[in-house]
Design a protein around this ligand. Structure first.
Ligand code: EPZ
Length: 422
């Protein structure tokens, strides 16, 4: 398995291009199942999760072509060959559950493996299932699969209130509702930019959707959807991740294509910590005002709150802050696995339940560490950028799920980083 070796190398300087959003692309791709017309996605990221979704859609009979070095995805689901999404693919990536709603809406039935949990939590899908049942679907859970059937006349519009603003459940219900008979209202819906991006794409395909980005989304079902060409929104989590590189190392870096509205809550915390963020027509230019950041407290919440997907990376910054920070993880039950690895690098972190208390130290020391999940892996790389000496990060396959060309992007702004075969 590959390793990434990072050596603290002082302030950074230059531009980092930000790719299209993984978590937008993973819900835009299944939208192809809603129509027999072509769907083209541009600005697509080149990631292993995208390859897994491609494999899954092809297993259902969709045609998926990756053009222009994978930055353009041409999808066509004219003739589906099966409605069964097998465990051997679904187990690789939980977002596979996002084919359930579209398959049910298009084909009237679906057999989808339950995705199971992952390192950060149990990841149930009860909210996905209850929303589809509210639209008239009959669901039977057996042998680790969801056997779903729509009523004879197809799914029906429904008034649905989510007990939690689940991103995936909102996406599944939103896609299913576009072809349901009548009006669907999604209350306490997720408000993430990836939801708005999906709604924009679906409207381009002929769907009638209002209120996306707010807690209440209204969808008027239509008889069929057409094709579209859609540009995947900028990845706000990759953006926030690379904004932390100059914050941790010093210097000045511009994240190309970045917009403050994608990371507003995150930028508020950076400002409180003493990091400057300036929006220009190129993107977001980030620099550290003094020699050391100030400690800040963080609570992760659904958008527009502080993103859980930036919690691990923010912790890496706060390990060398002046003072004590408390991070509260309110979205997932086990998302502090990066903490013991940062402690190996000399960080002072106490984890109790959903809280991590970080007492800043002057400087971390490089050490061999292990990536445990996608965002933890990049948190360790960020910590290594400013640590004294060499940090060796193993199990970097986690990284490949969500970050393209990390070594190239960070080397491009002066980091000492390389990827080696272990
Ligand atoms: C999406 O996951 C993202 N993944 C996650 O990013 C992200 O962390 C998460 O949203 C929150 O923002 C993709 O978009 C592919 P949720 P999702 O449904 O949809 C509970 C990354 O690093 N819940 O909003 O699974 C669940 O257990 C990944 O890129 C239920 O209880 O998130 C969790 O505690 C990690 N029942 C919380 O809600 C359900 O039916 C948030 O889940 C669904 C969710």
């Amino acid at each position: 398995m590959d390793q990434i070796i990072v050596t603290g190398n002082g302030p950074l300087s230059g531009d980092i291009p930000i790719a299209g959003a993984k978590n937008a692309c993973l819900t835009l791709m299944p939208a192809t199942l809603l129509t027999d017309q072509p769907l083209t996605l541009t600005n697509a990221p080149r990631l292993s999760d995208i390859a897994t979704m491609t494999e899954l859609l092809r297993s259902l009979g969709s045609e998926v072509s990756a053009l222009h070095d994978g930055q353009v995805l041409a999808l066509s689901s004219h003739d589906l060959t099966t409605v069964r999404a097998d465990y051997d693919i679904v187990r690789k990536m939980r977002a596979s559950i996002l084919v359930l709603g579209p398959l049910l809406a298009r084909a009237g039935e679906a057999v989808v493996s339950l995705p199971g949990g992952c390192a950060i939590g149990a990841r149930p899908v009860d909210l996905h299932l209850s929303a589809l049942e509210a639209m008239g679907a009959e669901l039977d859970l057996r042998d680790g699969y969801v056997y779903a059937k729509a009523p004879l006349g197809g799914l029906k519009g429904a008034d649905i209130t989510f007990k939690f603003a689940s991103v995936g459940a909102t996406e599944n219900a939103l896609m299913a509702a576009t072809l349901a008979k009548g009006t669907t209202i999604l209350r306490n819906a997720a408000r993430e930019p990836e939801i708005v991006d999906l709604a924009d794409c679906l409207r381009g395909m002929g769907a009638q959707i209002d209120g996306d980005g707010s807690p209440e989304i209204t969808i008027q079902g239509v008889d069929q959807l057409g094709g579209a060409t859609h540009r995947v929104v900028t990845d706000r989590i990759e953006l926030g991740t690379y904004m932390l590189a100059p914050a941790i190392c010093g210097g000045e870096v511009t994240c190309l294509g970045g917009r403050i509205d994608l990371v507003a809550a995150f930028c508020e915390k950076l400002d409180a910590a003493g990091i400057s963020v300036v929006e220009t027509d190129k993107g977001l230019t980030v620099s550290r005002k003094g020699d050391r950041v100030r400690a800040v407290d963080v609570i992760t919440e659904p958008f527009p709150g502080f993103p859980t997907d930036l919690q691990a990376q923010m912790m890496a910054l706060l390990c060398t802050a002046d003072g004590t920070s408390v991070l509260e993880e309110k979205i997932f039950e086990n998302r502090f696995m990066h903490a013991p690895e940062l402690v190996r690098m000399g960080a002072h972190i106490d984890v109790h339940g959903g809280h991590a208390t970080v007492t800043g130290v002057e400087r971390l020391r490089g050490a061999p560490v292990m990536a445990t999940d996608l965002r933890a892996s990049v948190s360790l790389i960020l910590a290594g950028l400013a640590a004294e000496g060499e940090t060796i990060v193993s199990r970097v396959y986690h990284l490949d799920r969500g970050y393209e060309h990390v070594v190239r992007k960070l080397s491009g702004v002066g980091a000492r980083i390389e990827r080696v075969k272990a």
